[in-house]
Every structure is written in C-alpha cells, then in structure tokens.
Write a protein that binds this ligand. Sequence first.
Ligand code: COA
Length: 704
Amino acid sequence: MSINVVSYENCNGIGLVLISNPPVNAISPEVVAGLRRALGAFEADAEAKALVIHCEGRTFVAGGDIASFGSPYFDTRPFNLLLVRLDASPRPVVATLHGTVLGGGLELAMACHHRLTLPETRFGMPEVKLGLLPGSQGTQRLPRLAGVPLTLDLILTGRFISAQDALAAGIVDEIAEGDSLALGIGAAERLVKANAPLRRSSTLKVAVDAATTQALAAAAAKAAEKPAYPALGAIVRAVEAAVNLPFADGEEVEAREFERLRLSSTSRALRHLFFAERAAARIPGLPREIRAREVRSVGIVGAGTMGGGIAMNFANVGVPTVLVETTDEALKRGLSVIRKNYEASAAKGKLSAEEVEKRMELLSGSLDYASLASSDLVIEAVFENLQIKREVCARLGQVCKEEAILATNTSTLDLDILAQATGRPADVVGMHFFSPANVMRLLEVVRGAKTAPDVLSTVMQIARTIGKVPVVSGVCYGFIGNRMLEPYMRETEFLLLEGAQPQQIDTAIESLGLAMGPCRMSDLSGVDIGAKVVNEQFEAGELPPDPSYRVVVRKLFDLGRYGQKTEAGYYRYEGRTPLPEPVVATVCTELAREHGISRRSNITDQEIIQRLMYPLINEGIQILDEGISYRPSDIDVVWTAGYGFPDHRGGPMFMADQIGLSEIEKTLEHYGRMRGNQFGYWTPSNLLKSLAASGEHIVAWTKG
Ligand code: COA
C-alpha cells in the first residue's frame, strides 16, 4: 500500500513503514498524515509481528519541516500522539537509522523500542539553533535514556554526536554495518523471538543525582545571562519537568514552552536565517549542469594578517597552499603567525600537535611569482590600494596557468578594473574574506561583469568546502557589507561631532545585540585602515561634497591614534580594555566648531540606534534595487555572518520589517529635516518608499 510520502507493507511477517520525503525526510504535515495511516495499517495487520521504521534516501528523518513552523495551522500534537502510540505498541517497534538523525527524527527514533544504527550516523537536537526546543517529547525521552547532564549539553548546544557516542550514552541500542533495512528487519525478528518485555523510553526513570542538580543549576544560570535567546531557559524548564513530573505532565510543559518559542521573534529570525544561508548558495541564471573547475592547489599573494588567515582555511581542509611575499622577512613573519595561531588552537585542545604539523606542511612560502604557475586558484591579498592591486593582477594574468581562477580579496575596489588588468577577466572573481579570515564565516563572492559562470560556481563550492557561507555581490563601492557600513560610520562620526561619546554610541548599538559598537570596532580593525580608505576616496574625488564628512577618523589618524594597536583610538586602552579618552572629546569639540556643527547634550540611545541603523537599512534596500544583491535574505546573511549583527534579529532586512518600512521612511525624513539633507544622506530609496506605500515586506521582495 503506497501512501504518498509514507508507505506501509508487510514484509514476511514484519510490518515496514518507509518514509520518503526528500531531501532530508523532514516531518511535514504530509509525513504526519502518512505516518498516521501507516501506523493504522500496522495496528490492523494481525500478521505483522513487529514494525520497522526506515527512511529512504540520504538520511533518516533530519527534523521537523522548518518551513511548516511558520504556518498558522502548525500543531505538534498529531505527530506527538503518533509517538505515544508507537511507544505503547504491544508489538516491538524498531527504528533503523542512517545519515543525520536530528530533532524530530531522533524523537521519532526514541519513541521506538529498539534503535539500530549504521556506524557513520550522527545524532543531534539542533532546535536551539532555530530558537526552539525539541517539541515532540525529546526533552522528556532523552533524559530518560541518556541522563540529564548529557541531555542539557546536547539540547542547549545543538551539537551532533557520533553513533559510537550515542551507543555509549544509551541513545541507541545497536550499531551494525550493512543494509540498514535488512538489519532493521533482522533486529525486529530477534525481538519477536526473544519475546522479552519491550523497553519503552516513556517508562524509564530519570537518573537523579548530584550531577543532575548541578547541571540544571549551571544551565539555568547560563540561560539567564542570555535573555535574547529564550529557548535556553525554556529547555532547562522542560528538562527539569522530566526530572520532577510524570511523562505526560512533562510533555505538557514542553508543549507550552515550544509554542511560545515558535511564535517568538527570535525563532522567526533564526528560521529566516536557516533558509537565507541556503538560498544564498543559489545563483539565479546559472545553468545547473555547469562543471566546476578543479581546485587542488592554491596560491596566495601577501602573507599579512589577511593572506595568512586565508591560507589557513585551505590548509585546514588539506589543500596545499603557497604564499608569495616580497621579502623573506615578511614571509617568515607570515608563516610564524600562522604557526602561532595553530599552536594556540592546539593549546586549547582543539587540534593535536600532529595536526598542527600536518597543516604547516601544506603551507609553503616563496618570493617568486613563478611558484604560482601551477596553482589552480590564486587569491591576491595585498594592501588595499588600486595601483598596487592592479600591478599584482597584471602579473598574475601573466604567470598563472590557463584555467586558473584569479581572485582578489579587495574589500572596496572596482573588481572590473582589476579583472581588466589581468588581461583575462573571465577568470577573475572577488573573494572578500573577513578578518580574522580563518574564523569569520562570511565570504562575499564578487561577480564581475565578465566573470565566467564556471568560475563563480567553483568559488561557491570552494567556499562551502572551507566552511564559509558565500554570498554573491555585484560590483559597487564596498560591495554589500562595506557599502552598508559607510552610512553607519558616517552617522557615528556626526553623532560624535554633535556631542555623543564613543562609549554612549557603542553601548546603544551593543544593546541591540551587535557584538561591538562602531568605535570599538574601528579601534579593533584599525583607525588607520578606515582613514586610508576615506583619504583615498578623497584623493579620487569620490567623497560627498561635505567638508565635515568622516573628519573624525581622519583626524585620529593624523594624531597617530590607530586604535588598539597603538593603545589609543576612539578610546585609550589598557591591554584590550577600552577606557574613555578626554582627548577624543576635545578633538570632536574642535572639529564641530570648525565645521559649524552645534553640540548638544540631549542625544538619546534611540536617536543613536535610528541614525546608525536606518540609513544602513536604506542603503541595503537601495543595493537590492540596483541588483547588486540577488535577494534581501543575502544581505541578512552578510551582516549576521560577517559583521557581528545579532542572529536573533535576523539581519538588517528582517529587522526592517519588524520595525516597519513606513516607520523607517518617516524617521529618515525626520532626520533629514533635523540635520538638513543637502547631501542626500536622508533620502529614502525609491524601493523603500514604494514598499512602505504598498505595505509589503522587504524580505519577501524579489526583483521583478
Ligand atoms: N526542514 C526543512 N528543510 C530542511 C530541513 C528541515 N528540518 N533540513 C534541511 N532542509 C533542506 C534545506 O533547506 C536544503 O534545501 P535546499 O536544497 O532547497 O536549499 C536541503 O534540505 C539540504 O540541506 P542542507 O543543509 O543544504 O544540506 P546538508 O547536507 O549540508 O545538511 C542537515 C543536512 C540535515 C544536517 C542540515 O540541513 C540541518 O542541520 N538541518 C536542520 C536540522 C534541524 O534543525 N532539525 C530540527 C528541526 S526542528
């Protein structure tokens, strides 16, 4: 009997439920309906002595269908009732597990009486990453099988564990190699033959000892420190219920907490980002059958902080990488910084000493461009200066082999000019890494006017291989992220001139959940770096014709206040601790007088947030209108994966919809009146105006 995505058949006396809902057999409403029918068929099938639940394709159920969580009709009860029926079945029920058994998948498995798994299977409860808790009895069954400390660890972190660890923890009963369906049927036959009492997870006692109480208290304290993530506290309460209440009552606590979380803005934001990150990998108009170029070796020009960090990404995944520098000293310094980074990871127990050596062996250095001749991918990471980068690109065009991909790590410069300089623009693409390049997840992939489709597609694949989240940007000043950062930094400086203090601005912005406010961020990344970019734009005549534009950063640069590296920038530093610096207030007062800007003492946190965030959002919407970014959610990925924007706010576009587009439009116009709009800083983009007028959401917008 075939029932859409779930089928039931009797296979020589063993009932067989097959789930087939590609790509990951997620529990959708259709799967629930199919399971209900299949279970009904088994219950009516007197010839079936036991039941095996098996999934087709790459994995057992990898969770609830995340897309369905947003539906007003979403309800966990129908699935949960099925789990109760499975658990209570008088005939043995076996789950045969492979792939990634996650969330609702693990909950389904735990409701069965016996769990058999292939050795490579991984297990986890990743709901917390979506701002949720396991809502199908997972918080009640897992403590009964694996104890409270491990349950809290798994559900609070969402980390995956191996089949071996799952066996040791009591989460699965058996690891076997071979055809998992045949193995499952074999296990069911054994259970029938043994005729022993069935082990129902709902009836097991939760082990309670000192470690349990301690784990619960520690988890509750940690959760209280992170109020922006309500799932953490809810998980602790639900697991506590498993300890203190009968199964059915604990299930009720879990259900209440789940529903509250499902409707929370945090979970909606995190679910949005789950799909956003996956959507970002899709490039509209790229033929599906396109063949990626092979990348077995990488060359990097420049062994500074950026070049070194980029090289580590490739050594980490076993790709031999050569670094080219201009002096032996710079090369040695670069390689020794990389070694130090690896050794620091080893000291923290994240890497073994052998692994450090293995990775270092994959890295070589050279002073000669000729050593790049055989590299499949070459990334230039030299100083951010058009002339220098142009020369490097021209040399790469000459020395690199045909078919090699030539990438630039520029963060602001015109990719098409650099592509032209190579003489082979189809091979050129931007790979904009974020500092520290071995840590930050974002990779902006910049598509030039002539970038070949296979080059683009190859770089998107490589990004995934090295663990990055790639987002494609068209060519414009600063691409997606830095272009949006520009009005944010501009308003930071104007507020400083008008009388705000760096710590007031940073505190207001950090209250949103951003990792760092703009002044601390500039001090960390280098005031000199920021000032040089502004100065170069000034020399190129590309700045707005506003004499007060970005005068603070340029003045701090002139004063040698480069940020943390000189222990003085927007703040003065003791170690890494920023301390208020009266000199900066004096500098701002003098600059304000020079530029006729009146100072005031009534700048509120709300004004800071609006003046920094709303122009940033406006710029993002303008970027969409210009087609620089393919979709609104790509912008959210850029900001959450690369700029420390809080994931619980979903990114600037998601946040814009929460605030309301017409509210943003009105506020921009308000500041335009207050500050004057001579330079167009406050003009809402046409797209913002039209969406605000029609009441549409920006995250749902697609370019027509
Ligand atoms: N619900 C709906 N769709 C899901 C899903 C889920 N629980 N899990 C994965 N998918 C979809 C993805 O959106 C993607 O779709 P696309 O190809 O249209 O973009 C596809 O399945 C493959 O997922 P992807 O993450 O690209 O593949 P992967 O092999 O790298 O990882 C998983 C597979 C299952 C490990 C990963 O997708 C994952 O962690 N999923 C979430 C699991 C989860 O949170 N479960 C609990 C839900 S409450």
